[in-house]
Design a binder for this molecule. Structure first.
Ligand SMILES: Nc1nc2c(c(=O)[nH]1)N[C@H]1C(S)=C(S)[C@@H](COP(=O)(O)O)O[C@H]1N2
Ligand SMILES: [Mo]
Length: 192
């Protein structure tokens, strides 16, 4: 158990701003920043990418942890096949909607720990009490990021809109407000 956390059976809802309402026509996903050529994916193009199923623990910095949720989604490494990164890209910022601003929310992360099956853009989940179901809009429908469990859940951007590739680390939404850049729950990296 990560220190200072307690287990919750329910899946709490936590975010700033309005719940984004999905419109397939206007939705796209951008891969930009330190790339040779920017890429935009329609919802169909994104959902046609190969899928991965993984069970991931979630740790919210407000001290709840939800264990053993199984997610279906698309790995970052699938998206990396679509762009050519510039040299020395080491960080990403994962953007999402905030009150209608498609890049209003963001979270920074190092790229290297996101290369596995436990860093997913998810749209479906199940657990011990629930059968497979689509994400609820409040949890990020149609697509939200779930980070590896070595990052607090604020790094899991809901209503995702794109990834910016970066050479240097840069603060996102909560990091600008004083939260940790590295955010490891097992080291209790909450603030800085
Ligand atoms: N777009 C967006 N994504 C967001 C947030 C937000 O305010 N806006 N809040 C983050 C925080 S602080 C947490 S703890 C998780 C909560 O996800 P949940 O509501 O599905 O439990 O979403 C993260 N992703
Ligand atoms: Mo959070």
């Amino acid at each position: 158990m990560a220190p200072g956390q307690f287990e919750t059976e329910k899946w709490p809802i936590l975010h700033k701003g309005d719940v984004y309402s999905f419109n397939r026509t206007f939705w796209d996903f951008r891969l930009f920043g330190e790339v040779k050529e920017e890429v935009r994916l329609s919802f169909k193009e994104f959902m046609d990418l190969p899928k991965t199923i993984t069970t991931i623990d979630m740790h919210c910095v407000t001290t709840w942890s939800k264990f053993g949720t199984t997610f279906e989604g698309i790995r970052i490494s699938e998206l990396l096949k679509l762009v050519e990164l510039n040299e020395d890209v080491k960080y990403v910022k994962i953007y999402g909607y905030y009150n209608g601003d498609r890049f209003g929310y963001s979270a920074n992360l190092p790229l290297e720990p996101l290369m596995g099956d436990d860093a997913l853009f998810v749209y479906r989940w199940k657990d011990h009490h629930h059968d497979w179901q689509n994400l609820d809009p409040k949890h990020g429908y149609p697509l939200r990021f779930i980070p590896p469990e070595t990052f607090y859940l604020w790094k899991g951007t809901k209503w995702v809109s794109g990834i910016r590739f970066m050479k240097e680390d840069e603060e996102g939404f909560w990091e600008e407000l004083g939260y940790s850049m590295t955010a490891n729950p097992f080291k209790e990296e909450r603030f800085r």
